[in-house]
Design a protein around this ligand. Structure first.
Ligand code: NAP
Length: 267
């Protein structure tokens, strides 16, 4: 595509949204069309993210920004409660959605895909924009064909609500799709302390570590005859998701329909 991609950032005042605003303001291939947020409105979007003033004020009215025209895509990192409506609204105005907000149901994704096709635009919903995390999942699935004995260990901050993480579940699903049916370990095994062996998923175990100071890490440990193999990914900060967001913005300009999952773009 020639020219800059003009981007509306929805949820611009949030932890992820601020990183996206920074990305869009600093990347030469991208241009900020509008910045939308509920509580961070009425201030300059550049100042909001610690950069120079860019002349675009944060507002709380997504529809007005869409109506103003000129935007090619909308990135949304808000809440599961508002992301569906935001996405449908963007599609209605022919603005391609690139959605990082988690929590969409399969029915919602199907409906949004239909709307994208009707409007003749591309869209993306990606629960994980980290290219490294996607590669880790793919490599783990590759290794599981040869090493069917494995355990997943994921590490997150101590305030995370769900366990295991969405990425660990997705890893387990990708591994299960290619791994031979097998229930690992000693069938007579007994837990002396309940939960010691972690969560059971399709014959193997998932362990969730929760500690302050940790951001997001995951490793898949494979055991074979006389050897182990570890595939590990460490995320240290939110900026690590931004190369994925940029790639997503470039990709949605090239196809029609809604793609679910960033792994589709990583060969
Ligand atoms: P956050 O810091 O709470 O940010 C959300 C922001 O969206 C807040 O500033 C909030 O404003 C604003 N907001 C909520 N509803 C809105 C609406 N209707 N219109 C405009 N702005 C609205 O959350 P976060 O950590 O950035 O995470 C956001 C989402 O991204 C979560 O679903 C999270 O799971 C997901 N996530 C995805 C990835 C990925 O790779 N795909 C990575 C990290 C996080 P108020 O404070 O005023 O409510």
């Amino acid at each position: 595509m020639k020219g800059k991609i003009r981007v509306i950032v929805s949820g611009a005042g949030g932890r992820m949204g601020r990183e996206v605003v920074k990305l869009v303001l600093e990347d030469e291939a991208l241009e900020l069309a509008a910045a939308i947020d509920r509580s961070a409105s009425s201030q300059d979007a550049g100042r909001l993210v610690g950069l120079e003033a860019c002349g675009i004020m944060v507002t709380s009215d997504l529809e007005a920004a869409l109506e103003a025209g000129g935007a090619d895509a909308m990135v949304d990192f808000t809440t599961p409660q508002s992301a569906y409506a935001n996405t449908a609204l963007a599609i209605k105005y022919g603005v391609r959605p690139v959605i990082g907000t988690t929590g969409f149901t399969p029915e919602e994704i199907e409906e949004l895909d239909k709307q994208c096709r009707e409007r003749g635009i591309g869209g993306l919903i990606a629960p994980n924009f980290s290219i490294g995390a996607i590669l880790m999942m793919k490599f783990a699935a590759q290794a599981a064909k040869y090493f069917p004995h494995l355990e997943i260990i994921e590490y997150h901050g101590d305030q995370k609500l769900d366990a295991p993480s969405g990425t660990a579940i997705k890893t387990a699903e990708m591994i299960s799709a290619v791994r031979e049916e097998l229930r690992q370990g000693n069938p007579k095994e007994e837990e002396v302390i309940e939960g010691s062996r972690g969560g059971y998923y399709n014959g193997f175990r998932i362990h969730s570590v929760r500690l302050p100071g940790v951001f997001a890490q995951e490793e898949v440990v494979f055991g074979g005859y006389g050897q182990t193999l570890k595939i590990r990914h460490d995320s240290y900060e939110r900026a690590g998701y931004m190369p994925g967001v940029k790639l997503g913005l470039q990709k949605v300009m090239e196809y029609t329909g809604l793609v679910y999952g960033f792994d589709h773009f990583i060969e």
